[in-house]
Ligand binder design. Structure first.
Ligand SMILES: Cc1ncc(COP(=O)(O)O)c(C=O)c1O
Length: 387
């Protein structure tokens, strides 16, 4: 039995998405910018996907710009808004310290070009506080970027409150909704944001497809220049099949969202209770209240996370030590570090993330296997476990 509990890294394609991608790749090869029949068929396919993607986040289709995924959406949001606002004298950017590297490294790149940047601290709950934003924001702030939910610990951020503060100071608010879109309701109007990123492969769509939602009237400088695609906002011939796959994934996610979230949440809670109850010295990282339903991040006292991850993999169980981009290095998680957790927890934590094909049998298998593996790894060191 192989268990895949790494849905926050990526998800398997929904069967309907596979069918759509293969049908579009085979039959609708036209260039959507071409005026003839073949081009117009491809364009119509993109338009359908645009409506489905907009509907998933309560947006207008004209506000959706298709991009290559979450990383490009985050880059475009921050660089595009920053460049557009530069002439106004606003040269300050704010993000939380627990953002994905796509946001953090974009801020670092802009800092090297003279932008002032501030990272908001978080406490051990893993939630960004409105007070911290009030302290950091000023009349020069162009943009605030705070993710809707964190990819490592799953905590949902108070984006609507943060957007209100940003707007009081004339700044834009971008939210990276890569870990919420398709999993929980995301409503751009209710959130009150200006820019929102999403990525298809996090909700059973294909890799290499995503969208940046740009609120109508928001001034943006394109980051990819070229032809007039995507209403002059993102040049380059569209990846029609992947965009169609994104559209189908959006329709499926919207249709099944409430029951699927409840099902996955029950599995996650069973897994969490099973681990906390059967493995001494375990603790959940971050608040357990405002979280996406599919994620738990647990620290295992006196067990090096990488060793446990490998031991689980040998048992056919796939989990993660945090964001996939930083695995392969022994760097502690920047998210757990930003939360102020002590080093024995930043290096001893695993993320379990569930999704569409997860089952109770898989949960029970993990709960059965883990105590033995942890005990074995702890046997290699001497100190007793305190909890
Ligand atoms: C919160 C968050 N933002 C951005 C990304 C990057 O998305 P993509 O893999 O589509 O570039 C990820 C993926 O790990 C993510 O979890």
């Amino acid at each position: 039995m192989r268990v895949y509990f790494d849905y926050n890294a990526t998800t398997p394609l929904a069967p309907e998405v596979v069918d759509t991608i293969s049908q579009v790749s085979r039959d609708l090869f036209g260039n959507p910018s071409s005026i003839h029949h073949f081009g117009q068929q491809a364009k119509a396919t993109i338009d359908d996907a645009r409506s489905a993607t907009a509907s998933l986040i309560n947006a207008d289709p004209s506000e959706i710009v298709f991009v290559s995924g979450g990383t490009e959406a985050d880059n475009f949001a921050i660089r595009g808004a920053a460049e557009a606002l530069e002439p106004t004298g606003r040269r300050h950017l704010i993000a939380s310290g627990i953002e994905h590297e796509a946001v953090l490294n974009t801020l670092r790149a802009l800092a090297r070009r003279g932008w002032r940047t501030t990272l908001l601290p978080v406490d051990q709950t893993g939630v960004v506080s409105a007070d911290r934003l009030r302290e950091a924001i000023d009349a020069e702030t162009a943009l605030v970027s705070v993710m809707h939910a964190n990819n490592e610990i799953g905590t949902i951020q108070p984006v609507a409150a943060l957007a209100a503060i940003a707007h009081e100071h004339g700044a834009l608010l971008h939210t990276d909704a890569v870990q919420t879109a398709g999993k929980v309701p995301v409503d751009v109007r209710a959130l009150g944001v200006d820019l929102l990123s999403l990525s298809a492969h996090k909700f059973n769509g294909p890799k290499g497809a995503g969208a940046l939602w740009i609120k109508r009237g928001t001034r943006m400088q394109p980051t990819a220049t070229g032809g007039k695609h995507e209403r002059n906002r993102r040049a380059g011939t569209e990846n029609v099949a992947a965009i169609a796959g994104l559209g189908v994934a959006a329709v499926l996610a919207a249709r099944k969202m409430a029951p699927e979230a409840a099902r996955v949440c029950a599995l996650r809670d069973r897994l969490e209770a099973g681990i906390l109850g059967n493995v001494p010295g375990t603790q959940v990282n971050g608040t357990r209240e405002a979280r996406v339903p599919n994620t738990t991040n647990i620290s295992f006292e006196r067990v090096e996370a990488e060793s446990l991850l490998i031991a689980l993999d040998l048992e056919g169980i796939a989990v993660s030590t945090g964001s996939a981009c930083s695995s392969g290095t022994l760097e502690p998680s920047h998210v757990l570090k930003a939360m102020g957790l002590p080093s024995h927890r930043t290096q001893n934590s695993l993320r379990f993330s569930l999704g569409m094909f997860s089952t109770q049998e898989e949960v029970d298998r993990v709960v059965e296997v883990l105590p033995r593996l942890v005990e074995k790894l702890r046997g290699l060191t001497r100190r007793p476990v305190s909890a």
